[in-house]
Design a protein around this ligand. Structure first.
Ligand code: GLA
Length: 747
């Protein structure tokens, strides 16, 4: 059993294969957090200490026993109103305006299987081939009965507000997910001011927060910050998860490294604003909280209403970042992504954006498609510019009908021709947005988020449609269906090219709009997948502006960055690799000089870098030399050979690109018989040092044969002795070496 409750001690024990999580209901009915870490069966209440701490208040029952204070005790779901002055997970305003509540244990339930949320995405129990209906799992990878759910209900006696805390224990995956549902069981409305999904309290230790900051075209830059006595907070107020901070963080012991030490991964499955706060309190205890940002909602919860909070995925290991990444990658692949090409070859696509930008017609797309077919690619994607009056980024968004005049023919005709070339067809959309210069806006100016009497904030000259409204979503959905019904469309790139502002809706209360907007986006995505089974949606928000588990649940890949420069991509993709598997990071080979940085990198390097992602192209193949075409043919053959290793194997970071002058990573098959080492030389100097790459994840005793020189290496030698990489002699050289275990060559 993964979840146990002992009614005498009132302890909940949650066990995964290697971890334990313990909670107890104390004598006053408060929920105390006892432990999360390496597996133990011990009753962990002995860790609680009770001391008289000045200025730390006591509940009435303990007013004469000053040793009890929620200001210092570790808690499971701390809330404002108990004299705990650290970061709270929950804050509520009563009908009388008082910011206060007192949540005490009421009941619990334990059941088999995974809880689900009705309006927000959450991890599923079993991997499935069925896009859109993970619940009815077809392809079961996890053992049945491997997941259990615990629900603990807390109640505030004064307002009647109840909080159901949910925990799902994925035993063999070593992951616990958490969320909560707030219900108003009282007679008057209350206002939810803060409702986070996660609190983790640690009574001791020195901790760092590893988080991932960035900007448009330079996402996912790791920063390791010591958690001190000040508040360390990251988050997004942009209404989306944002380029600036990713809603995935790692709390790491100060001594933790790639291969050693306690590390906790916390990923929020939410695509709106979020917050993550870490603080060390007056007694050097550390608290981490995470969830929707406070400005995401001010929710008037009426009697009988409920509010679902986003899910948070938690993983722990004592073996450092490498092992944590392996756990998270497996979990996301098995329990979050719904990939229509699961275990099948994925289409190698070519996208028109950097090839033609807005300047194309059907012949341009067909020209790209013809070359792509000759080069062995599988899909052509027509990016922005095919609809309405969209000839640049100033106009046309919202007019989701094909501009046949610009295209020089119908969409169905184009799809037909592309299909006859043996290629699939994909198309770009940005459903949540509108330009003032569009028929849609002229007809429905009231469909945008806009504060009455104030000019809205523009970005990329566009406004945000009120996706919190069902009628707006319905209108856009219908328009898009008319496009997608014109022929077999296999792929949609769903973009979002600005942050959200002017949050005011004509149909939803202001404090609900941001949440309803995100829930509306999820509903829209679910409808698309339901109506077009097998459709692959690639998420995008100017690259990685909405790269989170919430979107990944619907769009199993997300364009990693609008920066396609191979060198910058090495760093960006290295950042993603801490939390997300490479199969969900959109990556393409583009032309040089690179359009974002002006840098010239070898085509081979661009190919190897894009293979640490979904792999595709974004250039005009008509402009390639014969030599370059040869290289692309070779790349696609290589990708076909390595695809399952890359997508389903274990990913290892083998260097720190920021420190080592070389970026190296490996994919190792689950049975350890194959390893693909990849590297990019980041430095090139006269008379340069030799770099060594130490492999990982191999079997020590097996003998591995290199496909480049046919040499035989013991697994132990590759891992502990390393492989020398000679000075490159040119800028940004890269290499890829496949090692196959002796005897496994023919498998
Ligand atoms: C965003 C995307 C790009 C491209 C453009 C089109 O910036 O990230 O890949 O689709 O929009 O306008």
């Amino acid at each position: 059993m993964a979840i146990l409750y002992d009614s005498e001690s009132r302890i909940f024990r949650l066990h995964t294969r290697h971890t334990s999580y313990q909670i107890c209901v104390d004598e006053l009915g408060y929920l105390l957090h006892l432990y999360y870490g390496r597996r133990t069966e011990q009753d962990m209440r002995y860790r609680l200490t009770f001391l008289d701490r000045g200025f730390s208040g006591n509940p009435k029952e303990k007013r004469l026993d000053r040793n009890y204070s929620l200001d210092v005790l570790p808690q499971e779901y701390p809330f404002r109103g108990t004299g705990d002055y650290r970061s709270a997970a929950f804050c509520m305003e009563n009908a009388d305006g008082a910011l206060s509540c007192d949540l005490r244990f009421c009941s619990y339930e334990i059941c088999d299987g995974k809880y689900r949320l009705s309006r927000l995405p959450s991890a599923f129990e079993e991997r499935t081939r069925e896009t859109g209906s993970s619940e009815k799992a077809a392809d079961t990878n996890g053992k049945p009965g491997d997941v259990q759910t615990l629900k603990i209900t807390l109640r505030d006696a004064v307002s009647g507000t109840e909080t159901d805390l949910y925990y799902a224990v994925f035993e063999s995956a070593d992951v616990i997910t958490r969320t909560a549902v707030i219900r108003n069981g009282g007679g008057s409305a209350v206002t939810i001011k803060r409702a986070l999904s996660l609190c983790l309290d640690f009574p001791d230790g020195n901790w760092d927060l590893l988080h991932f900051h960035g900007r448009h075209t330079m996402e996912m830059q790791p920063e390791r910050t010591p958690v001190g006595y000040e508040m360390t907070a990251i988050g997004s107020r942009r209404g989306t998860s944002s380029h600036q901070h990713n809603p995935g963080v790692i709390l790491a012991a100060r001594t933790a490294s790639e291969t050693y030490g306690d590390v906790y991964g916390c990923l929020l499955a939410f695509s709106g604003g979020f917050v993550c706060e870490a603080e060390r309190d007056q007694f050097s205890q550390t608290r981490l909280v995470m969830g929707m940002s406070d400005d995401q909602l001010s929710w008037e919860l009426k009697p009988g209403e409920a509010l679902e909070l986003p899910e948070c995925v938690l993983a722990f290991t004592h073996q450092g970042f490498r092992q944590l990444s392996l756990l998270l990658h497996d979990f996301i692949r098995e329990h979050v992504l719904r990939d229509p090409y699961l275990k099948k070859p994925h289409p190698v696509l070519i996208n028109s954006w950097e090839a033609a930008y807005f300047d194309f017609d059907k012949d341009t797309i067909l020209g790209i498609a013809k070359e792509a077919a000759r080069l062995g690619m599988d899909m052509v994607v027509m990016d922005d510019g095919w609809f309405g009056g969209r000839k640049d980024d100033l106009r046309g968004l919202g007019d989701w009908y094909v501009n046949e005049e610009k295209l020089g023919g119908s969409l169905s005709g184009l799809i037909d021709k592309v299909t006859k070339l043996g290629l699939k067809f994909g198309i770009w959309i940005e459903p949540e947005m509108v330009n003032e210069d569009s028929f849609l806006y002229r007809e429905h100016p009231d469909w945008v988020l806009k504060v009455p009497g104030k000019d809205p904030v523009f970005a990329r000259n566009q406004l945000v449609l009120d996706f919190s409204r069902e009628d707006v979503r319905e209108g856009i959905f219908r328009m898009l269906c008319r496009v997608l019904d014109q022929g077999p469309v296999s792929y949609v790139k769903w973009d979002l090219n600005r942050s959200i502002a002017d949050v005011y809706s004509l149909k939803n209360a202001a404090g609900r709009v941001r949440y309803e907007y995100v829930a509306g986006v999820y509903e829209f995505a679910a409808r698309l997948l339901e109506r077009y089974p097998g459709l692959l949606i690639e998420g995008c928000s100017g690259g990685g502006g909405r790269f989170d588990l919430g979107m990944l649940y619907y769009t199993p890949q997300i364009w990693g960055s609008d920066n396609s420069d191979a060198l910058d991509r090495v760093f960006i993709q290295n950042g993603y690799s801490y939390l997300y598997p490479v199969c969900c990071v959109g990556a393409h080979v583009s032309a040089v000089p690179n359009h974002q940085t002006g840098r010239i990198t070898p085509l081979k390097t661009r190919g190897i870098t894009a293979m640490a992602g979904t792999f595709g192209y974004e250039l005009d193949p008509g402009k390639l030399s014969e030599e370059e075409k040869e290289e692309i043919l070779r790349q696609i053959r290589a990708y076909r050979q390595y695809e399952s290793l890359i997508r389903e194997g274990d990913y290892y970071r083998l260097s720190d690109p920021a420190a080592d002058g070389i970026a190296a990573w490996a994919f190792v098959s689950k049975d350890k018989t194959k390893m693909l080492i990849n590297y990019v030389q980041l430095e090139n100097h006269g008379n340069m040092e030799v770099k060594y790459i130490r492999a990982a994840g191999l079997s020590e005793e097996l003998i591995y044969i290199s496909d480049t020189d046919g040499k035989r290496y013991e697994g132990a030698a590759l891992m502990y002795g390393g492989l020398p990489v000679l000075p490159p002699g040119k800028d940004y050289a890269a290499g890829q070496i496949l090692f196959t275990a002796e005897g496994a060559q023919d498998r």
